[in-house]
Design a protein around this ligand. Structure first.
Ligand code: ATP
Ligand code: MG
Ligand code: FE
Length: 340
């Protein structure tokens, strides 16, 4: 089956095309993205109304580009999948309306999918069918440990952040350091020239009485702010590379330690990383090191598949289609809340 996937939950208009074969193998045919990120940069964060308007302008051209890249015609397409949530209401609405229109016009089933599950499903595009896995999903709005028995089955969250998401912490700390939005990739780059043991930043929720699989990053963000302010007060230069490296280490140390522990406790052989923060080079390296030590297989999609894109939605739609899942109704609502 050939599946078109549409993603508009935040600031990227993503359209992907994948093919799934009888053995559940997914092939990526196109993954086109139009981002409005530059329009948000001067505000230091995504402005929902700006994002919605940009999706509206980019939607049809991006679908056309994806179909041209893949060399497919409308009659080749077997299903349309779309992110139904979670995300920004006005942004989701554009993608969902477009997906309904394409599904109705082409007379194919529509699958409204969960954005977070799609971040997990995209790995199958690169690494093939997924065995039962523990997934660490880390992005701009979420930080979860997910028990994933099967992509078309019941996914449960066994832990989550109690305050900021990991990506949100990266973006806020980047702002403190005067780095552009979104800050994650800039911190990643700056950190390469820094010493990750230079400053002892706190590891949130790692005490013996803390919830073993929950995360907290707001105390860490505050600690970085205090550190920077203290230097500014006495007029000393801020060692940006060392702060970036030490902050990043505090985040990825906790993420990987908890993810590996969760996988072992749940008897999983595989740990999967997904979401925008999974593009982080230090997270990928430390996860590799700790999975090797724990005897776990690690699966991490390439960075371009970690951040928001349409292929992830198409991939999840393809697994639903192959599993014979019931399609969504054409009055499918946007779900702006988190649910798997
Ligand atoms: P959600 O999936 O929760 O709705 P989202 O859709 O905003 O969040 P994603 O594209 O999944 O976004 O993730 C974006 C986040 O990933 C941003 O916070 C960004 O700073 C972060 N990020 C991207 N690349 C890196 C990197 N190399 N290192 C750290 N963080 C990164
Ligand atoms: Mg984005
Ligand atoms: Fe996302």
């Amino acid at each position: 089956g050939l599946v078109l996937g549409i993603e508009t939950s935040c600031d990227e208009t993503g359209v992907g095309l994948v093919r799934i074969d009888g053995n559940g193998r997914v092939t990526l045919l196109a993954n086109e993205i139009a981002s409005s990120v530059d329009e948000h940069a001067r505000f230091g964060g995504v402005v929902p109304e700006v994002a919605s308007r940009a999706h509206l302008q980019a939607m049809v051209p991006t679908v056309r580009r994806a179909m041209a890249t893949a060399g497919v015609r409308p009659r080749d397409i077997d299903a349309v999948a779309v992110t139904a949530g979670p995300g920004l209401a006005g942004a989701l609405l554009v993608g969902v309306a477009a997906a309904k229109a394409y599904a109705a016009a082409w007379d194919v089933p529509l699958y409204g999918v969960n954005h977070l599950t799609a971040h997990v499903a995209v790995d199958t595009v690169q690494h093939g069918p997924l065995p039962p896995a523990l997934a660490l999903l880390v992005s701009g709005g979420h930080s979860n440990l997910l028990d994933v028995p099967d992509l078309a089955g019941r996914i449960t969250s066994i832990g989550a952040t109690i305050d900021d998401a990991a990506g949100e912490a990266f973006d806020k700390v980047a702002r403190l350091l005067g780095l552009p939005f979104p800050g994650g990739p800039h911190i990643d780059r700056m950190a390469r020239d820094g010493d990750n043991a230079a400053i002892a930043f706190p590891r949130g929720l790692t005490g013996p009485r803390d919830a073993p699989f929950d995360f907290s990053f707001s105390g860490l963000k505050t600690a970085v702010a205090r550190y920077v302010e203290a230097l500014e007060r006495v007029g000393r230069p801020i060692p940006v590379a060392d702060v970036a490296a030490s902050f990043q280490e505090a985040v990825v140390d906790v993420l990987t330690a908890k993810a590996v522990r969760a996988a072992r406790e749940r008897g999983m052989d595989t740990l999967l990383l997904g979401g925008g923060v999974a593009a982080n080079s230090r997270l990928r390296a430390l996860a590799q090191e700790r999975c090797a030590a724990a005897g776990l297989a690690l699966r991490v999609p390439r960075p371009a598949l970690c951040t928001d894109n349409g292929a992830m939605v198409a991939a999840l739609g393809a697994h639903l289609l192959a599993a014979g899942a019931k399609p969504s109704d054409l009055d499918l609502p946007c779900e702006c809340v988190t649910a798997f």
